[in-house]
Every structure is written in C-alpha cells, then in structure tokens.
Write a protein that binds this ligand. Structure first.
Ligand SMILES: *Cc1c(COP(=O)(O)O)cnc(C)c1O
Length: 428
C-alpha cells in the first residue's frame, strides 16, 4: 500500500509514515466524528421517511414548474432536518451568496438596519450589503449596516450586542463559519447564547445565520438554537457532493414566505420554479451529506494535526470543538501557499494536471488562488483549498468526498513543501 502511494503519486516515504502515524493518534477524534455522522445520517433518513419521499419525487418538472412534488417534498425534508417550520430548496438559487442575498433582502426594508454580530462578514457579502459600494446593494435601497466585532478571544461580545441593537435594527446576522478570516468559527451553543442576547433585548429582531460549511458538523443546527432563518449552499455540505447547483433557506414560515417572493416574484412566490432533472441529485446528495461531511471533517482534523506538528499555526487547532469543515493553516509566504494549493490539485480526480494560479475573482478584494479538481465546478465540499494572496498567507482548506482521497491530498501538500525546501525532513 505504502509503496503504491509512493509509486502512483510520487510521495516521499517519510511523508507517508508521518501521515499514518498522525492518523493513528487521531483515532478517538475519528470515532467521535463517525458517531455524529451516524446520528445525522439517521436524522436525514427519518426526515425522508416522514415526508414520504417516493420514486415520483425524484423526477422533475419543466416550464413554470407548478405542482412539483419532488421540490415540495424536498423542502419538507429540509424543514424536518433543520427543525424548522418551512424551507426553500432550489436549483434556481445560484450559490451561497445568492441564498444569503435573498435572505437579507427578504427581511429588510428601506430605513432598516442590518447588524452583523459576528464581525466582518464573508467577502462576497460586502457587496451584497454595500460595505464595498456595489450596484444593487442593500445600501442602494437605504438599508444601513453596522457590525459588532467578536471579542479578541473570538467569542461573541454579548454586552456589545445588547448595546448595539437600536430601534432601526431589523436583522441581526451571524456567520457560523470563519470564512476567509483567522477568527474561530462559532459553535451552535455559542450561537444560541448570542441569539438569546438579541431576543432578550429586542424580541422582534430577526436572527439570520449564514450556515455555509456548518451543516451536519454538529448534531444540532442554528435553527434549533433559535435562529429565525438560515441559508447555505448545496455545493457545500448539504448537497453531499452530488447536487450540481442550488441553495437553501430554512426557518420560520413567515421568513420563508418573504424569501420566496424575493427569489421568484411577488405573487408567485414558491409556487413556480421548475426543477428540470436535478431533484434526484438533491435527494441523494442530502442522503449522503452527513457521511461526506464526516470525511471532510476528518480531513480538517488530520491537516490540523500534521501542520501543527510541522510548526505552522492552524485554526482551529485540535483542542477546539469543530463546527464547520474549514481548516486554516497560516503558511506565512506566497510560495508556501502556492505549493500547498498545487498539492491539493495534484490529488484531484479531475484536472489533476493543471496548476492553480492567483487571479482577481469577482466579489473578492485581493487576488485569490483556488485549487479544486471537482466533479461539480467550484464545489468546495470536494477537496479544495483557497487563499487570498495577502498577509498572513493563510490557506483555507476544506472538503473531501471520501476520507482516503482527502488524506492523499493533504499528504501531497506536505510533500510539495518538503520537495521545495520550504520545510525540512527533520520537521516530519
Ligand atoms: C461559501 C460561503 C459563502 C458564499 O457562498 P458561495 O456559494 O461561494 O457564493 C458565504 N458565507 C460563507 C461563510 C461561506 O463559506
């Protein structure tokens, strides 16, 4: 086996041994991850049975898409999985940013204030909100923005949140995952505490949670912690790697109704939106999602352990509970970031022969390098790495449809750093 890895992928024996030894040390963590996956797998299965998913649900509609039983039943399944009154799950939602943009523009009206209580939001949201001026932003519609930063230790500033909520505050927003930031991600129990602070101060303020990358990492979701609305992408965790497109929103009935008329049109709402032929993949992907998320989580834990031993700062480190599948490794130089990303690319099933390079991606404010050789273009539930090319040169690593393929990708990154002399043999 070892010989084959070295022969097929050109990995140094010492890197393979270092990986195997580290994997053995992580046995207890892996068992814990498998237990959570088992719980969430059964949660999804139970929801599918309760909603009476039938073979007919796997087919789709065309044109207006009226009476799409597959779409309607899938939305019922999502609502059950997230413990909400209702959900909107659509291939018409282009990506996670679109889902979040729908959520915010559904709940906010001119004159209202949006208050982010988890600090600066994900890069692409800056243009949705108008933090960076942009055509069509919420700011253009007279919606103002403020934020409450997290405390230096990465926790919610509960006092600051209580003070910041004013008469114009309509939505308090939380981003569960760190995104492209070095702060820790926020666990569901921390989110519950923050939501309590908001609701005690102003019960009428909606709480919206950006749940991207968080689904199925824990046993409960932010909606079970009191969030009125959550949103995410189907080419991340809940699509299980099979969803070819789409986004979801889940939450209170009223919030989903407001979102549905924003997504399609006032008056039409959720009644339209053909699913063409994607329903089967959305169901099958959701079914696989808890176990795919577990593979991605093992990859994150493994990468953290390896890179910590080598001597790089990692976030989170393995002493912290996980709430998303993102692993940040601060590599300190652009050369190391590029070597890391090449390793992820070299381990991919698709496009393994191409070399990732930094480029000015729409929606981001510095050049970004992305490594992904995915079956679904840009799907970051598949093994992938991204890094904004700016100090402190941290690479954000996520995904892995299967644990063995993800493990290989991480070993390839270490192999490149070793081969290029960025790290030494004695560090393994
Ligand atoms: C990925 C992500 C988004 C945006 O999703 P896209 O599908 O890339 O548009 C928003 N917020 C967070 C935290 C994310 O991880």
């Amino acid at each position: 086996m070892r010989n084959k890895i070295c022969e097929w992928f050109g990995i140094d024996e010492a890197v393979v041994s270092f990986g195997d030894e580290t994997e053995r040390e992580l046995a207890a963590r892996f068992t814990e991850i498998d237990r959570t996956a088992e719980y969430n797998q059964l949660k999804v299965l139970h929801a599918m049975q309760e909603a009476k998913v039938s073979e007919a649900c796997l087919l789709g509609t065309t044109g207006y898409g009226y009476n799409d039983i597959g779409r309607e039943t899938l939305e019922e399944v999502y609502a059950k999985v997230f413990g909400t009154e209702d959900a909107l799950v659509r291939p018409l939602i282009a990506c996670g940013t679109h889902a979040l943009s729908i959520a915010l523009s559904a709940l906010l009206r001119p004159g209202d204030e949006l208050l982010y209580i988890s600090g600066k939001p994900y890069d692409t949201l800056e243009e949705v909100i108008g933090i960076r001026p942009s055509r069509g932003s919420l700011a253009e519609f007279g919606i103002t923005y403020r934020q409450v930063d997290l405390l230096p230790d990465g926790r919610f500033d509960l006092e600051g949140i209580r003070r910041a909520i004013g008469p114009k505050t309509r939505v308090a927003a939380i981003q569960r995952s760190k995104g492209y930031d070095t702060r820790p991600s926020l666990t569901v129990s921390e989110i519950a505490e923050a939501i309590r602070a908001v609701k005690e101060t102003a019960p009428g303020v909606y709480v919206m949670v950006d749940n991207c990358y968080g689904e199925f990492v824990e046993r409960t979701e932010p909606t079970e912690a009191g969030a009125d609305l959550i949103a995410g992408s189907l080419i991340k965790n809940p699509g299980g790697g099979l969803a070819p497109i789409g986004g979801y929103l889940a939450g209170k009935k009223e919030c989903i109704e407001l979102a549905a008329v924003r997504l399609t049109s006032p008056g039409l709402g959720r009644e339209v939106g053909a699913t063409l032929s994607v329903n089967r993949s959305l169901y099958q992907g959701l079914f696989l999602a808890p176990c795919v998320t577990a593979s991605a989580l093992k990859a994150a834990v493994f990468a953290a352990a390896l890179y910590e031993k080598i001597g790089f700062a990692v976030s989170p480190d393995n002493s912290r509970p996980r709430t998303d599948i993102i692993q940040a490794v601060t590599l300190r130089t652009p050369e190391a970031v590029e070597a890391f990303c090449r390793g992820i690319q070299q381990a991919a099933p698709v496009d393994s022969f191409v070399t990732p390079e930094p480029w000015d991606m729409p929606g981001y404010d510095s050049p970004v390098i992305m490594a992904a050789g995915a079956f679904v273009s840009g799907a970051s539930i598949e093994l992938s790495a991204d890094a904004p090319m700016r100090d402190p040169y941290a690479v954000y690593f996520q995904g892995g449809l299967t644990w063995p393929s993800a493990k290989l990708g991480i070993l390839m990154t270490v192999n490149n750093l070793l081969r290029e002399g960025i790290i030494g043999r004695q560090q393994l």
